[in-house]
Design a protein around this ligand. Structure first.
Ligand code: HEC
Ligand code: HEC
Length: 402
């Protein structure tokens, strides 16, 4: 898309007047297309939005209950594992392990849980189409918490105040559903309450956001406070690196699935097919949006949240594709990628630098090529990624190289 016009704009770039007193200074280092891309990574934070498929979304009581449930090991079969066992808030809601360990060892890396209200598919393979169904799944998964509806319902009924508040809402359930709170209805409401809380987890503003807003209003003085290595890394990110094509928008993800050539062998003779498995999981999931638990009243066209679930098609190219992760707050969430096989951000950037094209499917090939970065360029891209994090960077600031 932008690729076609980018060379033209590069050719025109020297014509942009460099004026130290206007926005020309730092902005002049970028093409018009690059500036448009930088601005598209904000503003931040996003306006809060409600999930029309979850009637507890945005409800203060549900949010408070969801938070309690997230930390409650009583929702697991052995009474010892809570969501927070793997999604530790101190580690950006991850566990620091390459692959998660619940009741059994998981094949995949624990995902962070920020900025999920902006997402459409959940899980590395997009096997869930709503945040609430993605919150029910780990409770039932034999690898994770291994519980059943009866365990969860009993736990909810024990929490008297919470159960009462919930019961009031259950009374207004849609026509066609039973009025009494069955175990399964309570399980679904537990998932919806947890999702209502997860929706409130938004990454804090980062040094990049200060830079981006300063660029938007032509505030050269503030732009100059952005560290020079991060600035050079940003130029690579939106330019030659082509990273913004997939890591797009304010949360730095297009929400889609791609193959960047990471391994999908879990162990000898066993593969994790990624999106291919995700679509199958979705089609078998009783809590998907085309099922009876979706709270959205009938809607036409794209306003109908279940449209994407009804129209998703299983294709061979989905084999080995994974969801593009967002890139905010990464300092806390190492190791990286679906199998946790890259230990540091430097390793991730190194992977893109030395990419093996033979390992990619058609989709990746069109968008990716080995970048052959110098050591300094790798440092710069890492410094940029770290500037998407509110936590202070250890990268030395402001050296004059450019
Ligand atoms: C055993 C560790 C473990 C436990 C316990 C666990 N999770 Fe996860 N979580 C994971 C892993 C691993 C993934 C990636 C799963 C996949 O790709 O299929 C994940 C993914 C997610 C996602 C998708 C995030 C995204 O960006 O798509 C959500 C939401 C989530 N978990 C919520 C929860 C909730 C809510 C609980 C408690 C009810 C929970 N998890 C319990 C390990 C765990
Ligand atoms: C073709 C789409 C695409 C492009 C282009 C792309 N990425 Fe990615 N990125 C992905 C996908 C998909 C993953 C997850 C891969 C996996 O789990 O195996 C990923 C993973 C990552 C991660 C790990 C994040 C985490 O939480 O585990 C980082 C960091 C990253 N990319 C940075 C970059 C940078 C920097 C560039 C540019 C040099 C770039 N990406 C270009 C799609 C892309």
């Amino acid at each position: 898309m932008l690729r076609g016009i980018a060379p033209l704009l590069v050719a025109l770039a020297p014509l942009v007047p460099v004026n130290e007193h206007a926005a020309g200074g730092i902005a002049a280092g970028f093409t018009e297309a690059e500036i448009a891309t930088i601005l598209s990574h904000g503003p931040w934070p996003p306006a809060p939005r409600r999930d029309p498929t979850n009637r507890l979304s945005g409800d203060p009581d549900a949010i408070a209950l969801g938070r309690e449930l997230f930390f409650d090991p009583g929702l697991s079969r052995d009474g010892r594992i809570s969501c927070a066992s793997c999604h530790d808030p101190a580690k950006g809601f991850t566990d620091g392990l390459p692959r998660a360990i619940g009741l059994e060892r998981h094949d995949r890396n624990t995902q962070g849980l920020h900025d999920l209200a902006l997402q459409r598919w959940f899980g590395w393979d997009g096997g869930a189409d709503s945040l609430w169904s993605a919150s029910i799944r780990p409770i039932l998964s034999p690898l994770e918490m291994g519980a059943d509806a009866a365990t969860v319902a009993a736990r909810l009924r024990e929490r008297l105040g919470a159960a009462e508040r919930l019961a009031e809402r259950l009374a207004d359930r849609q026509a066609g559903r039973e009025a009494a709170a069955t175990d399964e209805a309570l399980l679904v409401d537990a998932g919806k309450a947890i999702a209502a809380w997860l929706e409130t987890l938004v990454s804090p503003r980062s040094p990049f956001d200060e830079f981006r807003d300063a660029l938007a209003r032509g505030d050269e003085a503030t732009m100059r406070t952005y560290p020079a290595p991060a600035l050079r890394g940003l130029k690579l990110f939106v330019g030659r690196g082509n990273c913004s094509v997939c890591h797009a928008g304010p949360a730095f993800t297009n929400g889609e699935f791609h193959d960047i050539g990471r391994p999908f062998l879990v162990e000898r003779g066993r593969v994790d097919p990624g999106r291919h498995a995700g679509i199958r999981r979705l089609q078998a999931d009783p809590y998907r949006l085309t099922g009876r638990w979706n709270d959205q009243p009938p809607a036409e066209g794209p306003a109908d949240a279940s449209l994407r679930t009804r129209t998703v098609v299983l294709q061979h190219r989905n084999w080995g594709e994974w969801k593009t992760p967002g890139l905010r707050g990464l300092r806390a969430t190492a190791p990286y990628t679906h199998d946790g096989s890259l230990a540091t951000l430097r390793d991730v950037v190194g992977h893109y630098s030395e990419l093996n094209l033979d390992r990619l499917h058609a989709d990746g090939e069109a968008l990716l090529r080995p970048l052959k970065l110098s050591d300094e360029e790798i440092d710069d891209l890492v410094a940029f990624l770290e500037s998407l994090d509110a936590r202070r960077s250890e990268t030395p600031r402001g050296d004059a190289r450019k």
